[in-house]
Design a protein. Structure first.
Length: 55
């Protein structure tokens, strides 16, 4: 429950920051996050495809 409260507070801070930032900055930051998540997803998919386990 405490984790949920902390996550919601962090989300509120992030949304508050985006609301006060210029639109162009918010779009660029969003694009960077999307690319980062895409690279992470591709690396995870590629790593699992070989059948190697890190654990």
């Amino acid at each position: 429950m405490l984790f949920l409260v902390a996550a919601l507070m962090l989300l509120g801070v992030a949304l508050g920051t985006v609301a006060h930032a210029p639109l162009s900055f918010s779009v660029v930051a969003g694009a960077v996050i999307v690319v980062w998540l895409g690279v992470f997803a591709l690396r995870e998919r590629h790593g699992r495809g070989r059948g190697s386990s890190a654990h």
